[in-house]
Design a protein. Structure first.
Length: 218
């Protein structure tokens, strides 16, 4: 559910926009723009930005909360993860502060995703159907999505949010089948295979690249 709320809009947009961006301006000058090499680098770095590294950050927090919740019978709160370091102080104001900060972080993250999704939806409708894309329409779209979010969030977890998340997963599956059928299927599957191979082949060098010898970073 958090995947759909926080990552869904970004993946739908940047899944297309990021490879195109890297194709026209390859990262670190690794290829000439708008060439076959640029396309290869574009897919490689798109996988790099959306695969193991971002999910590793989520996994660390999820594993920590899950361990203390299911193995230590602690409440499912971020503050309980700090009990080995802070002791019983997590049950007091310090623990409450940690929990409040966690809630605010999630709130701002989801708010940014919803706002970005509203702008993307407005722009997409304008490009496809010629509808207005001004600030009034943007606010209207964001308002509708916010109301829908509030309605789903006010219901039980196993109902509103769960239903919306499952529907969005089904829609994503339909889109995947649509693009595979409409093609060019061979090119898509070839790009997927080569992109994944390039990603895993260059995983360690890409992870360690910080351009430390670039004079512009000095």
């Amino acid at each position: 559910m958090m995947f759909q709320a926080g990552m869904g809009p970004s993946l739908i947009f940047w899944g297309v926009a990021e490879p195109l961006s890297h194709y026209s301006a390859p990262p670190f000058g690794m290829a000439s723009p708008n060439t076959t090499e640029a396309a290869q680098v574009a897919m490689q770095y798109s996988y790099f930005h959306w695969t193991l590294h971002p999910w590793a950050m989520y996994a660390v927090v999820g594993l920590a909360v899950g361990y203390f919740s299911f193995r230590r019978d602690e409440p499912g709160l971020i503050s309980t993860v700090f009990r080995p370091l802070l002791g019983d102080r997590v049950d007091g104001p310090l623990g409450k502060t940690i929990d409040v900060m966690s809630v605010l972080a999630v709130l701002f993250g989801v708010a940014v995703s919803l706002g970005t999704a509203g702008l993307q939806l407005t722009s997409g409708l304008g490009e496809t159907f010629g509808t207005p894309t001004g600030i009034v329409v943007q606010l209207l779209v964001i308002g509708v999505t916010t109301v829908a979010f509030m309605i789903s969030a006010s219901t039980a977890v196993e109902k509103g949010i769960n239903y919306l998340s499952q529907i969005s997963m089904y829609v994503a599956a339909v889109l995947l089948v649509f693009f595979l059928v409409m093609g060019p299927t061979a090119v898509q599957l070839g790009a997927l295979t080569q992109g994944v191979g390039d990603y895993f082949g260059g995983l360690i060098p890409m992870s360690m690249r910080i351009e430390s010898f670039d004079q512009d970073n000095a």
